[in-house]
Design a protein around this ligand. Sequence first.
Ligand SMILES: NC(=O)c1ccc[n+]([C@@H]2O[C@H](COP(=O)([O-])OP(=O)(O)OC[C@H]3O[C@@H](n4cnc5c(N)ncnc54)[C@H](O)[C@@H]3O)[C@@H](O)[C@H]2O)c1
Length: 431
Amino acid sequence: MNISFIGHGYVGLVTAAVFADLGNTVWIVGRTNEKIENLKQGIMPFYEPGLEETVRRNLSAKRMRFTVNYQEAVSSSEVIFIAVGTPPKKNGEADLTSVFIAANEIGKNLEKYAVVVTKSTVPPGTNKRVNELINKVKSDHVKFDIASCPEFLREGTALQDTLQPDRVVIGTESEKAKKILIDLHKPINGKYVVCNVETAEMIKYASNSLLSTKISFANAIALLCEKVGADAEVVLEGVGLDKRLGRAFLYPGVGYGGSCFPKDVKALIALADKLGYNFTLLKAVDEINVQASRNFVGKIKRTLKPLQGKTVAILGLAFKPNTDDMREAPALIIIQALQKEGVNIKVYDPIAMANANKLLQDVTFCKNAYDAASGSHGLVIVTEWNEFRQLDLNKIMSLLKSPNIFDGRNIYDPVILKQMGFNYYGVGRKN
Ligand SMILES: NC(=O)c1ccc[n+]([C@@H]2O[C@H](COP(=O)([O-])OP(=O)(O)OC[C@H]3O[C@@H](n4cnc5c(N)ncnc54)[C@H](O)[C@@H]3O)[C@@H](O)[C@H]2O)c1
């Protein structure tokens, strides 16, 4: 099938590469010549495991084509995916400007029947507006249908998630569009949820909000565990063994970040407010998330005080392992809070240093974890990259000025670390 993707971010480029790998001819439309020229050379705009090889393979096979020209892509495509960003506005609502610009451009360039699919996360009602926008600008003789296929991939495992998703959601009122989309997704293993457009739009927000709720629940339980002397890791393991609940996303830490959970939770709160429903549960989820990083910083502050002139090594900057995405990364909040108190910051991340460099000021970028630990009064684990699980802790001990480990992801065994002579501070664990 000939298909197009508008946007070559984490969602657009990965999904486009997977569909190309499955034998489709895929156009990818971008906004800037420089990025599009780079992509034509196989140079990726971000890091995602396995993506570069997949894109290069499909470039060679001429199944992936990059352009800034909508006409080139849209006019020949049977399915056109909108995969542009929907960042948060100041009031929490999703900013849909890019979606509507894309819809307008698609409409102007449609030459034959196509299904226009919104893959970006958008609030219910958005696809209807996409429909109206396209109708306003398209040629009279051209027919089209709209559909909503929200994306559930996770950065870091995005290719695998796209090929083997838990579910494929297809929201459309059109039988023809439904048939085309089921046909396109046929080689992809996953259960289908075929529904109307608003239901599809809502599934995405409900999913991300519930995942965020689980994380905030784990963090609230962790806070209480610290107060009563319980171990939150064991408590949540005990909870998660109940088949009705499961352990997924019941891990305490420094709070959720990234480009999806914070913005999608806020967008659903804003949507509910607009519709007259006070979504107090989600408001609490958001608040507990803010508290989670604050509580963690509080531990560092109490342990290292007086803070002025102390040095702290931050391990992990990306919002989660296996990505270079720094959007809403908890590391940013933690670093800024410590800098405010006069703490010197040394940082190391295996992949996200270049992106972090654009956002952080007055920090020392280190070549590895040991370099960061050297001369520091505390080692702070913010992102649970695998390489931090394997550190030579005897070496770390010899390099640190004071043997403090603040484990924001509970990756170490407190008993072993204490036996080694570290002062260990995890989340939801007795210190
Ligand atoms: N990143 C994730 O893990 C993830 C997972 C599921 C869903 N989503 C959702 O998917 C959407 C995209 O997310 P992302 O992380 O890929 O965003 P991103 O910021 O990485 O990429 C957005 C892309 O859209 C392009 N773009 C914007 N306006 C454009 C226009 N008018 N024409 C052409 N290109 C345009 C940008 O240049 C960029 O390449 C968002 O709604 C997001 O919430 C993201």
